[in-house]
Design a protein around this ligand. Structure first.
Ligand SMILES: Cc1cc2nc3c(=O)[nH]c(=O)nc-3n(C[C@H](O)[C@H](O)[C@H](O)COP(=O)(O)OP(=O)(O)OC[C@H]3O[C@@H](n4cnc5c(N)ncnc54)[C@H](O)[C@@H]3O)c2cc1C
Length: 488
């Protein structure tokens, strides 16, 4: 028998033994059927790698038990919430076990300390609804919030629309509980507003994409729910005019709770998709969508200041007087993502960030890139944070298009870093951005990150193959599946 065949047989034998031990330890929790394994084999990036088993835990201690066994038998473990990751970070690249924590979804609100303690499987929008029912507010609001779990949000340090005023997920995490790769428990931070004891490993866990530990509970800070919201939409003759206004708006002291930008390519897609012209008086406009929130008097004063500010800048405007009108305005933004498939069947969806003063230069670059690679580059996003979703649209079956998209994305990433920006602001690295880590980080920075990974997970059990190992996205064909958020 060749050495390779023998070591493969050995590892298969070990995997079988591990699976038997797992089933004995957690009867009724382990699925190995094709349907369960396929569902857990992919995320929103739609690259499928089959796990050996899916373990759906029902209690925090069971996470520790799974990891102890995985550590003993050296089985890869990939934690999973809703699987809405945009980067392949939830895909069990090396097989092994998918650790589904979605059933750990308890929500416990403390109205005195203004905190909520949640299981990692609690769905973001459900947390928001429950805290808002008692007059409190959890601001981070990824567009996937109706589906995404708080464990996934913390593991990716999710952003969203309201980050411009309220910050990202990290800004609300006070304490985390969970288990390290070897199954030993951690408590990082507590349900306290102040905590400076020891090294801040809590913040290391946030955004680590399930590579350093598995979260089983989180305590989040809450705010008082804003009493009033106002929404307005403004049309500009060019992207440069819209993005210049974003810079000036902060300089003028305005404090929007949402500040979204749509370039003219995105507006055209949305108009084609809905069959409606957004601003008939200003066709092919670039758009800013702005929300103000706070006490009624504060919102009134900010609205007055904003409308005056926009008088000489915007070419047209709409105001929402009612919730229904506001919803109609936000629908324009929501339509953008889906409407782009009228251009081509495949989308590269980036979430780059540049300093807000550099956004106009980035958009100039995306327009130049469109001409250079002859592929559409519609861009929209969170202009208040400098966090823009640049897309490159191409047809997967056309090899020339795919090559141009591949070259285009690398150039884009280099440009972002040259502008003082970052390759990902909210989706994380996963598989999709791993090839660009060397553009963003020095060798010494990557070595320091790997040293932390090795210290906390010496056997490389947790989510192996992510962040640090270059991955050729282009060698793998995405699977065609409909996921829950496809028809929002
Ligand atoms: C339509 C759509 C819109 C989106 N909009 C946004 C947006 O506005 N902002 C944004 O930031 N993202 C957005 N995303 C990306 C995605 O929803 C977020 O990354 C989200 O935080 C993932 O949550 P999840 O529960 O689906 O996590 P999963 O996809 O299940 O997991 C994501 C990562 O977290 C790890 N993980 C999950 N649970 C745990 C745990 N308990 N302990 C340790 N690691 C864990 C996984 O291993 C994986 O690496 C969007 C995605 C879609 C499909």
């Amino acid at each position: 028998m060749s050495m390779n065949r023998q070591s493969k047989n050995n590892s298969e034998g070990r995997n079988q033994k591990a699976l038997q031990a797992l089933r004995r330890k957690l009867p009724g929790r382990v699925s190995v059927d094709d349907e369960s394994c396929f569902a857990a084999s992919l995320d929103n990036m739609r690259l499928s790698f089959m796990p050996d088993a899916v373990v759906k835990v029902q209690a925090a201690e069971e996470v520790g038990a799974v990891l102890k066994l995985a550590n003993k038998y050296t089985v890869p473990v990939t934690a999973r919430g809703a699987g809405s990751s945009a980067t392949g970070s939830t895909v069990p690249l090396r097989g092994g076990w998918v650790l589904d924590v979605s059933a750990l979804n308890q929500i416990q609100i403390n109205t005195v300390s203004r905190m909520v303690t949640v299981g990692p499987g609690a769905v973001t929008a459900e947390i928001q609804a429950q805290v808002e029912a008692v007059g409190l507010f959890y601001p981070p609001d990824p567009s996937s919030k109706k589906y995404s779990t708080i464990g996934g949000n913390i593991a990716c340090n999710a952003g969203g629309l309201r980050c411009v005023k309220y910050g990202v997920t990290r800004d609300y995490v006070l304490g985390l509980e969970g288990f390290y790769a070897d199954g030993s428990p951690f408590k990082l931070g507590l349900a306290l507003k102040k905590y400076v004891s020891g090294l801040n490993l809590r913040d290391l866990m946030i955004g680590s994409e399930g590579t350093l530990g598995v979260i089983t509970s989180a305590t989040l800070k809450l705010l008082l729910k804003p009493e009033k919201r106002w929404t307005g939409m403004f049309a500009f003759k060019s992207e440069a005019a819209a993005l210049k206004s974003v810079v000036a708006l902060f300089d003028a002291g305005l404090n929007p709770s949402i500040l979204e930008f749509l370039d003219r390519q995105s507006v055209t897609c949305a108009e084609r998709y809905t069959g409606k012209t957004i601003f008939a008086e200003c066709p092919r406009a670039s758009i800013l969508l702005i929300e103000l929130d706070g006490y009624p008097a504060e919102v009134r004063a900010q609205r007055k200041q904003l409308l005056k500010f926009m008088q000489d800048r915007a070419q047209a405007q709409r105001e929402a007087g009612t919730e229904a009108q506001a919803e109609a305005l936000w629908q324009v933004r929501r339509t953008c993502s889906q409407s782009m498939f009228s251009i081509a069947d495949t989308k590269l969806n980036e979430d780059v960030v540049v300093p807000i003063q550099k956004q106009a230069e980035l958009i100039r670059y995306t327009i130049a890139l469109k001409k250079e690679i002859s592929l559409a580059t519609p861009t929209f996003g969170h202009a208040g944070d400098g966090n823009l979703h640049v897309h490159i649209m191409y047809n997967r079956s056309n090899p020339d298009d795919a090559l141009k998209a591949k070259a285009g994305i690398k150039k884009l990433m280099q440009k972002v870093v040259d502008l003082g920006g970052v390759i990902t602001g909210e989706h994380g690295v996963g598989l999709a951005k791993a090839p660009f880590m060397e553009i963003q980080h020095s060798k010494a920075e990557i070595a320091a990150m790997l040293a932390v990974k090795t210290a906390l997970d010496p056997k490389g059990i947790l989510n192996p193959g992510k962040i640090f190992e270059p991955f050729e996205v282009w060698d793998h064909e995405p699977v065609k599946v409909t996921l829950p958020w496809d028809h929002r």
